[in-house]
Design a protein around this ligand. Structure first.
Ligand SMILES: Nc1ncnc2c1ncn2[C@@H]1O[C@H](COP(=O)(O)OP(=O)(O)OP(=O)(O)O)[C@@H](O)[C@H]1O
Ligand SMILES: [Mg+2]
Length: 783
């Protein structure tokens, strides 16, 4: 049968044909045995198999023998599920193209194999009926692979659609050709409508450029794609998604596909934004709080510091620099103890010890060095915390100074009040004493002048006169202290007065003491009573002498001084001539200075000092509108300063009066004094001087006498009397008798400054003094 189909064309020689055929048949057999395919030839009309290659037994697992008898038995091996289909196919007339059919067979051992069977008609030539030739091959392997692939794809689909993420895939060139169902659900677009570049429209316009750029870079570098962008949702809104993609490579490393996912992260982004916003708000608040706190820190005039318990400054605020004058670097750079007053070191150490024990300190004071060399008082409140403590300090230097000033002012006021009280007391006593003294002096003077009695009586009288004179001086001093000394302040050339007294002072102080006079040139005149001022200077010189029993230097100097408004001086603001008497003597301690101007205060022992010297000088200075200041240090010396108000113009010093020989006058005097004894004494003196006298015990009585028409040439009247005063009386009299001479007798400074136009006489007085004043008054009135 083989020869029919394998006979070589063109070989006709019998023997060689035989041989050639045999060779050809052998080659075919070998070929057929070698290939995996099954060749088969059948005679469909006879329903018999004509030939089948050996591969059949390998594939079918059984002998083909039955097929040679009955071709249809071939169907027995076909899988029952495929049998009908194969039968139907076989029933079809075979076209020239043949058939290509796949079916399963069940081998005797039960295993199933897939067979691909291609059959085509073969023209056997001549009348020989057509035969079918075929090639059957085992395609089980391929079938399994296809099935596996299909299953894998189905699984992939299932997986990609079973997760929340959108999944897509692209070709190596980035052409999108796959999306899972989530993608279509999210975007709401029809299937396959976003393939290729078509999904461009899905990006938020603001993100499009960035997303493409990132995608292009991944395509170019094969690096994973990772990006957040907004994607259009089916609702029309854009939602934030996280895009990721990774490439897949083949065994040669070539990129075969990209697989990507989009994850809706809108909620995460919103939460993140919320978080960022609240964090930003929190930060802003912190910044604001910090700024406020910083402002308090920067602006405060209080000193803020954080300090170590080892006494180091760690952080300080600008108030340190404003308060202490040093810049921050200097303050932080220098050990803190160096900035504290040495006297406060112990207190600081004790305070740090308390802080170390964890105690807070509400009020602690120490002094810190200022750049100008001064010390500032700081009051602290201190709170410890671990190894540090917080300190808040306030500069109380000015407060302390003010308190001290206030204390001093209050002390001065107390002192002044005490002096005032003493002055009033002393003044009252002195006034009474003066009135008692006036007739005594007057009487003694009369007795002396008249030469009453013998030698012995005259001696007694002289002694009494001397005592009376001393008493008079004492009373004068008391009155001076009480500022009730009748003063005749004029503009005094201090330079001249001081220089003129130098010799007198030197002779008073003695040879052991060097007297220096130092007067400023062109010194303005001062308002003073020259006689009293000389007394004051002498008093100060005597005090200086007493302080220098072993000698030393006494310096009297005078200078011009201005005390400006608001100055801290103990002296009221104004323009002064300052007269100072300085010695190099024993000096005074604070307690002595405080009491030195008190009347009767003396350290000199009973009988040696009256304690009225400085009192008098002090009273004089005050009465003249000036002041007395004392500076002194025990062992170093004393400087007593007399501040006299500058006078507007200088008046020539009145020349020292020569005692004029007593003449006698004539005329009638109206003598007014409430004190009987004083009046009596004065009347006696007037009589002595040649005058007649009409007496009145009060101003009112005097006016009554005038009204009654009593005649008198002049008026001598005491000033201070119960009822109308002497000055008022004088004025009233002059109203009725203009130009009438008046002599005012006063023993009391309350009279001072009033009626300066009236000539006056100070109690107690002697006859010659009365005479001088009287002649002045009469002369003056006649001008
Ligand atoms: N220059 C001085 N140096 C040291 N102490 C003085 C000086 N001047 C005054 N004193 C002290 O002040 C006291 C009062 O002085 P004050 O002149 O008022 O009285 P006194 O000198 O004691 O007595 P008197 O002046 O009546 O002789 C003195 O006793 C003395 O202690
Ligand atoms: Mg004295």
């Amino acid at each position: 049968m083989m020869n029919d189909i394998t006979r070589p064309q063109g070989i006709t020689d019998g023997h060689s044909i035989e041989r050639a055929l045999a060779e050809s048949e052998e080659r075919f057999r070998q070929l057929a045995a070698a290939v995996d395919q099954v060749f088969h030839i059948a005679d469909p009309a006879a329903g018999r198999l004509l030939y089948v290659s050996p591969a059949y037994e390998r594939i079918w697992g059984c002998s083909p023998a039955p097929l040679f008898q009955d071709l249809s038995s071939f169907l027995d091996a076909v899988h029952p599920d495929d049998r009908t289909r194969v039968e139907v196919e076989q029933a079809q007339p075979l076209t020239a193209d043949g058939t290509d059919i796949e079916y399963r067979i069940v081998r005797p051992d039960g295993t199933i194999r897939w067979i691909r069977d291609r059959v085509f008609p073969v023209d056997a030539g001549g009348d020989t009926p057509g035969r079918f030739a075929g090639i059957a091959e085992d395609v089980t392997e391929r079938h399994d692979a296809d099935a596996r692939l299909r299953e894998s794809e189905a699984r992939f689909e299932a997986i990609t659609n079973s997760i929340d993420q959108m999944i897509w895939s692209t070709r190596p060139d980035g052409y999108h050709d796959y999306y899972n169902e989530r993608w279509y659900e999210f975007t709401g677009v029809p299937h396959d409508s976003t393939d290729g570049d078509a999904w461009n429209g899905m990006f938020h316009p603001d993100d499009r450029e960035r997303a493409w750029a990132t995608w292009r870079r991944s395509l170019a570098t094969a690096e994973p794609y990772h990006i957040e962008y907004r994607l259009r949702h089916s609702s029309g809104e854009y939602r934030w998604v996280l895009g990721r993609a990774q490439c897949m490579r083949d065994v040669d490393g070539r990129i075969t596909r990209w697989f990507g996912t989009c994850t809706d992260i809108q909620e995460i982004v919103e939460a993140r934004e919320l978080l960022a916003r609240s964090r930003a708000e929190l930060e802003a608040e912190v910044v604001q709080r910090t700024r406020e706190r910083n402002r308090a820190w920067e602006m405060s005039s209080d000193l803020f510091a954080i300090m170590g318990l080892d006494g180091t400054l760690k952080v300080i605020n600008p108030a340190w620099t404003t308060t202490l004058g040093f810049d921050e670097a200097t303050l932080l750079g220098r050990p803190f103890p160096e900035q504290v007053h040495p006297d406060d070191h112990d207190a600081v150490r004790a305070a740090v010890e308390r802080l170390r024990r964890g105690e807070s300190i509400a009020r602690f004071e120490d002094r810190l060095r200022h750049a100008d060399g001064s010390w500032r008082w700081i009051t602290w409140s201190l709170v410890p915390e671990g190894a540090i403590f917080y300190a808040v300090g306030r500069d109380v230097t000015d407060e302390k100074r003010r308190t001290a000033e206030l204390d001093a002012a209050q002390e001065a006021l107390r002192q002044a009040q005490k002096m005032e009280a003493m002055g009033q007391l002393t003044g009252g006593v002195a006034h009474d004493f003066n009135n008692l003294l006036t007739p005594i002096v007057g009487a003694l003077d009369l007795l002396q002048r008249k030469g009453v009695g013998g030698e012995r009586e005259q001696r007694l009288i002289r002694g009494a006169v001397q005592s009376a004179e001393r008493a008079k001086t004492l009373v004068q001093r008391l009155l001076a202290f009480a500022r009730r000394q009748p003063l005749q302040p004029v503009a005094v050339d201090i330079a001249k007065l001081v220089t003129g007294m130098a010799d007198l002072v030197a002779s008073t102080t003695g040879p052991q003491i060097k007297v220096a006079v130092d007067v400023e040139e062109e010194l303005p005149a001062a308002k003073a009573d020259p006689n009293q001022l000389e007394m004051a200077l002498l008093n100060l010189a005597v005090n200086a002498r007493d302080a220098m029993p072993d000698g030393g230097t006494l310096r009297i100097s005078a200078s011009k001084e201005d005390v400006p408004e608001g100055s801290a001086s103990r002296v009221n603001p104004g323009r002064y001539v300052r007269l100072s008497v300085a010695d190099t003597g024993s000096g005074m301690d604070k307690a002595t200075i405080a009491r030195a101007t008190e009347p009767f205060f003396s350290t000199k022992g009973i009988g040696k000092g009256t304690g009225l010297g400085l009192s008098m000088v002090h009273g004089l200075a005050s009465q003249l509108g000036g002041a007395l200041t004392i500076s002194s240090r025990p062992g170093l010396g004393t400087n007593v300063q007399l501040w006299l108000v500058q006078a507007v113009e200088t008046t020539k010093l009145p020349s020292v009066q020569e005692p004029a020989p007593l003449a006698t006058g004539h005329g009638i005097a109206l003598l007014v004094d409430d004190e009987e004894l004083v009046r009596q004494s004065t009347a006696d003196m007037l009589a002595d001087l040649g005058y007649q006298t009409i007496e009145a015990a009060s101003a009112e009585e005097a006016l009554r006498l005038l009204d009654k028409g009593s005649y008198f040439d002049f008026l001598i009247t005491d000033h201070l009397m119960p009822g109308m005063t002497g000055v008022d009386l004088a004025r009233a009299m002059r109203q009725q008798r203009p130009g009438m001479p008046v002599l005012l007798v006063s023993g009391y400074a309350a009279d001072d400054g009033i009626a300066p136009d009236l000539p006056r006489l100070t109690k107690p007085f002697r006859k010659d003094e009365l005479w001088a004043s009287l002649s002045d008054a009469l002369k003056w009135s006649s001008v």
